[in-house]
Ligand binder design. Structure first.
Ligand code: ADP
Length: 637
């Protein structure tokens, strides 16, 4: 294949896989990002839903607890105003005396005990405590000047004094409710009830609620977590700090700022705040995230703040994120599996289509080839027919040639045959005349002997004519012949010539050998070969003829050799040509070898020639050896 550019061809084969690897890597990264994205989305959604649910729940809790705080702080509202109805209190305020103080002290003590408040006391308009429920205790406020207290200052002006603070005498925190006691329109004193609100804190702790109440100064006055108590939720300015120090509202507390580690707005007025968690055993502080919700409390400038821990939501969000990532990974896995399956199916379909196409193509080619083959077959059949006709014609011609050859041989032999027959005929004539005479003389024995000789002569003549008839008979390609009989018949036919010029014949073949050729044809071949040998040897003094045979695999080789003059090299190539003869006059037709070779070939054999160095000529006849033929025997004579 031709490379498009030299630069591309220079890339080593190992690097050609890179784009695919890169694609796979990129896809893996994308899928990983998708899984992480799903996990993140799951986390965000779950977190948002969790926060919303927590916010709704927190809202309810906030409302519920705000009501509880409100009811807790309002349930004592009536108490200070109640003292206005007491005659002893009014008299004490108008005209203080020890007796009256004591009466009021007793009264307040009783009242305080019943109402469950921390302390109940009465101040004159200058802020001095005239009577108090805790008059018996060492930390009694009796005689103390509390004019600096904000609740007093409000109440003495006719406003409801509400105040959370730490007792300057007892150091005990409490909620102060003050009421200006009136005589007509004039305020003659102030009644104060100090109540404890720590029951709320205990209730929150029992309910494992994290909440706190901050007052108008932003100072936490109630908290489920004691550590947050008396901390400022916002920075206090120096003026405020000075004012608070002067009023001793929080005694001498430092009022540190409650600083969250972080504050994140979450929308809808909700904020997430993080505080350091107090860890036991002095370990490094952890961090707890809360959902912060707050609401103002009715009738007070206070706010209730609820802190809902976000840990559970975060944990649930992480769980949901893992679930979402897992589901996403599962979906991706199924997607990939489906895609893989789709690819496999597509590949299979493509393969099936390709197979179908190949099949169709094959069928089309087969149909074409079949048509071609049919045409070739038809052509072949026509050729076979033609060939058979030609063959039949050839065979007919060959038969006629054979026949012509035979007749030619017979014609050649006619003189000798006539001579052969004339001799016994002359002998018969003489013998029959003699026999008649011997019979007349009564010499029966001699006559009988003559008659026997006559019979023998007739038999001999019959044999000659029989062999001539057999030789002249038409024969076919498929027959079998006995080698011994064929040699005998040929020699019988050539007997007259052999008698004229004697020949030393050596037989070296198995007479019982059966060969795949018609008997008459074998005889004809042998007559031709032996006849030629006799012609070649002519009248030379030493005349030798060797007839030797041997099996050669599935065929049999019969050699007819003479010690004649041999064949001149320049003539050797023409031996098997029709009508090639060196014989003078009418002695030779030039058909003998041609016919013999064609007869051998028609029987599946062949005829060849050998020119022995010792001289003479040897014709080699190879013919099929029939099964069951006996092994060659050394001699036939
Ligand atoms: P024809 O015998 O009628 O001449 P053949 O075909 O039998 O025809 O022989 C062709 C020629 O082959 C002969 O004329 C002869 O010259 C030569 N030939 C055949 N047999 C022999 C042999 N044994 N020795 C020498 N020459 C031979």
């Amino acid at each position: 294949m031709q490379c498009p550019t030299a630069r591309l061809c220079a890339v080593p084969p190992a690097l050609t896989v890179k784009p695919r690897l890169f694609r796979h890597l990129l896809l893996s990264l994308l899928l990983l990002a998708l899984v992480l994205g799903c996990g993140y989305a799951g986390y965000r959604l779950s977190e948002r839903a969790g926060i919303r649910a927590l916010a709704e729940d927190g809202e309810r809790q906030l409302e519920l607890n705000a009501r509880a705080v409100e009811s807790e702080i309002t349930k004592y509202n009536y108490l200070p105003s109640l003292l206005e109805l007491n005659e002893d209190v009014r008299r004490l305020l108008q005209t203080p005396s020890n007796y009256r103080r004591q009466r009021v002290n007793d009264y307040l003590e009783g009242l305080n005990g019943r109402s469950g408040s921390l302390a109940t006391y009465v101040l004159d308009t200058s802020g001095r405590v005239l009577a108090t429920s805790n008059w018996r205790e060492p930390s009694s406020f009796l005689g103390e000047d509390l004019s600096f207290r904000a609740y007093f200052q409000d109440a003495v002006q006719g406003k409801p004094g509400r105040f959370y603070g730490i007792g300057s005498t007892t150091g005990e925190p409490g909620y102060y409710l003050a009421h200006g006691l009136k005589q007509g329109e004039r305020i003659i004193g102030v009644a104060v009830v100090k109540v404890r609100l720590d029951a709320l804190e205990q209730r929150w702790q029992r309910a494992r609620l994290e909440a706190y109440v901050s007052d108008e100064n932003g100072v936490i006055i109630l908290s489920s977590d004691p550590a947050r108590r008396l901390k400022a939720v916002q920075a206090l300015g120096p003026n405020t700090r000075e004012r608070l120090a002067r009023s001793l509202q929080y005694h001498w507390w430092a009022l540190e700022e409650l600083q969250p580690l972080a504050r994140t707005p979450l929308g809808d007025g909700i904020e997430q705040v993080s505080y350091a968690s107090a860890t036991p055993g002095g370990r490094a502080p952890g961090r707890i995230n809360y959902l912060e919700q707050s609401r103002p409390l009715a009738d007070t400038p206070w706010r209730l703040t609820l802190l809902s821990p976000l840990q559970d939501q975060r944990r649930a969000a992480i769980g949901n994120a893992l679930l979402a990532a897992g589901a996403c990974a599962l979906l991706i896995f199924f997607g990939l599996a489906l895609n893989q399956r789709r690819k496999v199916i597509a590949t299979r379909l493509a393969a099936r289509e390709a197979l179908q196409r190949a099949n169709d193509e094959l069928e089309r080619r087969i149909a074409e080839r079949t048509a071609d083959l049919s045409a070739s077959n038809e052509r072949l059949k026509a050729e076979i027919r033609e060939r058979r006709q030609t063959e039949a014609h050839l065979r007919q011609t060959q038969d006629e040639l054979v026949q012509a050859g035979k007749l030619a041989v017979i014609g050649q032999m006619s003189t000798s045959i006539a001579h052969e027959l004339n001799q016994p005929l002359a002998a018969l004539r003489t013998l029959s005349g003699n026999t008649v005479r011997f019979l007349q003389r009564g010499a029966l024995e001699v006559a009988g002997s003559n008659l026997q000789t006559i019979g023998e002569l007739v038999d001999r003549m019959g044999k000659i004519t029989a062999s001539l008839r057999a030789f002249a008979r038409r024969s076919d390609d498929h027959g079998q012949a006995s080698l011994g009989q064929a040699v005998d018949a040929a020699l019988m036919l050539l007997q007259p010539r052999l008698q004229r010029s004697p020949v030393q014949i050596e037989h070296a073949y198995a007479g019982a050998t059966r060969l795949g050729i018609d008997q008459t044809r074998l005889e004809q071949i042998l007559v031709n070969l032996i006849g030629n040998a006799l012609d070649a040897m002519g009248a030379q003094a030493e005349r030798h003829l060797w007839l030797s045979g041997a099996a050669d695999g599935a065929s049999y080789r019969l050699e007819v050799r003479d010690n004649g003059p041999g064949i001149a090299p320049e003539l050797r190539g023409h031996l098997f040509e029709p009508f090639f003869t060196t014989k003078p006059g009418e002695q030779g037709l030039g058909l003998g070898l041609t016919l013999s070779a064609s007869l051998a070939a028609a029987a599946g054999g062949n005829l060849g020639v050998r020119h022995p160095e010792a001289g003479g000529t040897a014709f080699v006849l190879s013919l099929a050896l029939l099964a069951g033929a006996p092994a060659p025997e050394p001699s036939h004579e």
